[in-house]
Design a protein around this ligand. Structure first.
Ligand SMILES: [Zn+2]
Length: 326
């Protein structure tokens, strides 16, 4: 969503970023849980989907107990980590740890505490390493009119940025999703440009916080999972935008839409059509800007599909969804 000025080298960079993402994907087996991590009270184990993380990535955490659990909560560097329970797994809880794409590299302590159904306290702690993300950087010289929006445009963009941050700050305590997450455009299996840093005329811009999915104008855009529409309007940078709250601090954003077909307050089923691909806002051509925020951390949305979903977008469950909104 950073300033999408008119740029001739765009296509070449897209291909470069695509290659980087493809390499990352190969290193991350879908949904696999690494060995036990950290130290826990006896009878409890902590597992993470990867032994360490990097800027803009997502970790799946699992707490397993020998006894049924009543409650589990987490704290990672002063940020709460909400856990959820899957059906028929009383002794097991899961959580997503989002690593913001600008989080300072280093070691961060993860603390998990809770209680079994019989009232015994459990706890785990682990040190989670955050490594520097490997993102493409573009240095560009462009006409001033593309770099510097007018004072009114800056004011508008700032207000909209604040509005989005206020939305992402609110954590809906229930899990609204149920099932697998999918890539929001049929037939698209990957995206590009996540985390890309752009330096325009020597001035660094904020990093690109979503994945760009290439598709033609008018292609239906599907909700990645169940959730509630919390924003559906035209924004300065992202154009026609929809934000879906999936609960537990997880939000997905869909930008540059040619049409929005939902409104704030709508409850969407997994795979419901929420709009169509377009080129509204500051863009050079039609694509879907897909963003993911987990507990305020801006992370690569494709990792959500890798950890908790299927990449084809055509699972039988989603096909049978009855309450599509068109
Ligand atoms: Zn984008």
């Amino acid at each position: 969503m950073s300033l999408q000025a008119s740029i001739a080298v765009h296509k070449r960079k897209v291909r470069f970023a695509f290659a980087c993402l493809a390499a990352t994907a190969a290193l991350l087996p879908a949904g696999a849980m690494a060995k036990e991590a950290g130290t826990c009270t006896p009878g409890t184990a902590l597992r993470m989907s990867a032994p360490e993380s990097s800027q803009g990535s997502l970790l799946l955490i699992e707490v397993k107990s020998a006894k049924p659990l009543a409650e589990v909560q987490g704290d990672w560097g002063g940020r709460s980590v909400p856990f959820w329970r899957e059906v028929a797994s009383e002794a097991n809880r899961k959580a997503l740890l989002g690593v913001d794409l600008e989080k300072a590299p280093g070691e961060y302590e993860l603390k998990v505490t809770g209680q079994t159904a019989s009232g015994e306290k459990i706890s785990c702690s682990a040190s989670v390493t955050v490594r520097q993300g490997r993102f493409a950087t573009e240095k560009l010289q462009v006409g001033k009119q593309f770099v510097e929006p007018s004072p009114e445009q800056i004011k508008r963009a700032d207000e909209e940025g604040q509005k989005l941050r206020d939305i992402f700050d609110r954590v809906t305590p229930e899990r609204l999703w149920d099932g697998k997450f999918r890539i929001p455009v049929d037939g698209v299996t990957t995206g590009s440009n996540f985390g890309r840093r752009r330096i325009l005329n020597g001035n660094p811009r904020s990093p690109h916080s979503g994945a760009d999915l290439l598709a033609t104008t008018g292609t239906p855009v599907h909700a990645t999972q169940r959730g509630r529409v919390v924003l559906a309007e035209e924004l300065f940078f992202a154009g026609n935008t929809v934000v879906v709250d999936h609960g537990l601090g997880i939000y997905t954003l869909y930008g540059h839409l040619s049409e929005i077909s939902v409104k704030v307050g709508d409850d969407l089923e997994a795979g419901a059509v929420l709009g169509k691909v377009g080129a509204t806002g500051r863009v050079t051509g039609p694509h879907l800007h897909w963003g993911l925020t987990v507990e305020r951390a801006r992370v690569n949305p494709l990792q959500l599909v890798r950890l908790l979903g299927n990449s084809s977008g055509t699972s039988p469950r989603q096909k049978s969804s009855k309450h599509r909104i068109n």
